[in-house]
Design a protein around this ligand. Structure first.
Ligand code: MN
Length: 436
């Protein structure tokens, strides 16, 4: 149920893990190798120059590995994610665990934190799950945030207006810092759970535990009182300061373009614990792993919404080319004229960040963009099959949109076979098995 157990499991499957023998720099060199393997095998780095701690990258770099991590397939992961977010399972609190093997003061210099892209503001921790205690101490929240290294024991944290942002605002109003523990290196189900989007007040670690079918053990951090996976690789403890902000960014986000500089809060660290042979987890910003971890939980919500609008939904994908954020492909079994259009409206409504939706019939493989394009080519007419919406709420990440007001145009393409035309005109031709 740990990062390394999952890694060992992947090693037993041919082609899933690649080892890098060369010693590489944490600055650009190792990220370039991650980029070269993007969407492919897990990369196990032999050695990062000047560091004792080993690095593993791209653990959740393919859909198939995420399916394996949560014990689901391409057709049932939606329901598994939705059920886990609605019915989290409280992890078992234990008194100690492997993550406590080495404890001491925080020193980020010990960690091989990468500098990824040319114009990034600096070294960024990209796999940190920030577990935070609510100001009233009643619940904890877990979410993944990019963290810019400012010094030995200081980080800048990007807080987009979601749960941790709201908790920080509440702390700020009474001058209180937010107690946090930043967890690096957990079983991928825990990372997926942290993105699953349960209601405020729900501990996302419980969602990860539900995805694993239970068995997650947590230990209590001495200073902050938050609980963290006992088998994590590395935990940094500290507070998000109520009153201090710094410049954060530029940083390459999902889109593969640079996000702007903003004033963001500071994390002051006050402790660190790790395994004796800790592995540092690296995630390439704008890489397939980043996209899939962000996008797949959203697909679950969209699937749910489209299923309410159309009786038979076969799949929803936020596609890699659309950064798993802006573009959706939806497969339905059409039962009436207009089902395609309703699927578009439901898909757009369920996820404000989505800009373009293509709806196809069930015979189209939505994991293959060439097939989706073929459906658009042979089943779609621009004057009747398209829906266009002006100035809807979009994503702050899209450089082509109105980023000040976060307004964007939305487009839906109904590439299902037109109702009333003979279906056989649209069928994929097949070659029969040769008679022997
Ligand atoms: Mn939350």
């Amino acid at each position: 149920m740990s990062f390394r157990q999952f890694l060992e499991g992947e090693r037993r499957i041919a082609g899933q893990v690649t080892e890098v023998a060369d010693e590489l720099s944490a600055e650009y060199e190792a990220p370039a190798v991650m980029k070269a393997n993007d969407g492919g095998p897990v990369v196990v780095f032999g050695r990062i120059r000047g560091h004792r701690v080993k690095v593993v990258a791209g653990l959740c770099g393919t859909r198939e590995r995420i399916y394996r991590a949560i014990g689901a397939g391409p057709r049932d992961y939606y329901s598994k994610l939705t059920a886990a977010a609605a019915n989290p399972v409280k992890p078992e609190v234990v008194s100690s665990g492997p993550v406590m093997e080495v404890t001491g003061g925080a020193d980020l210099g010990e960690l091989p934190v990468f500098r990824h892209y040319e114009r990034d503001a600096g070294r960024y921790i990209t796999s940190g799950i920030v577990v935070a205690r609510s100001p009233d101490g009643k619940f904890q929240n877990a979410s993944i945030h990019r963290l810019l290294v400012l010094g030995k024991d200081r980080l800048a944290i990007r807080l987009v207006p979601r749960h941790l942002f709201a908790m920080h605002q509440e702390g700020k109003s009474c001058g209180e810092d937010i107690q946090v523990a930043i967890v690096i290196g957990v079983h991928p189900a825990v990372a997926v759970g942290a993105n699953a989007g349960p209601k405020l007040g729900v501990d996302e670690l419980g969602v990860g535990n539900a995805l694993m079918g239970g068995g997650l053990k947590v230990v209590k951090c001495r200073r902050s009182g938050v609980t963290v996976p006992a088998e994590a690789e590395i935990v940094l403890e500290g507070v998000i300061k109520a009153d201090e902000t710094v410049d954060e960014g530029p940083f390459v986000d999902l889109t593969g373009t640079y996000d702007i500089i903003r004033k963001q809060p500071v994390v002051q660290l006050n402790g660190m614990m790790m395994r004796r042979d800790a592995i540092y987890q690296a995630i390439l910003p704008g890489g397939a792993e980043h996209k899939l971890l962000m996008g797949m939980p959203k697909e679950a919500r969209m699937y749910d919404a489209v299923s309410r609008a159309v009786p038979d939904v076969r799949g929803v994908r936020l596609t890699l080319g659309g950064a798993c954020w802006f573009h959706a492909a939806v497969s339905i079994r059409k039962q009436a004229e207009g089902d395609g259009k309703n699927a578009i409206l439901a898909a757009l409504g369920a996820n404000p960040s989505v800009k373009h939706v293509v709806v196809v019939d069930e015979d189209i493989n939505i994991d293959d963009m060439a097939e989706v394009e073929w459906a658009v080519a042979t089943r779609f007419q621009g004057d009747t099959g398209m829906i266009k919406i002006k100035r809807a709420r979009g994503s702050s990440l899209d450089p082509s949109s109105d980023q000040e007001r976060i307004l964007t145009a939305k487009l839906g393409i109904d590439a299902t076979v037109p109702w009333g035309k003979p279906r056989e005109k649209f069928e994929k031709a097949t070659i029969p098995k040769a008679a022997r």
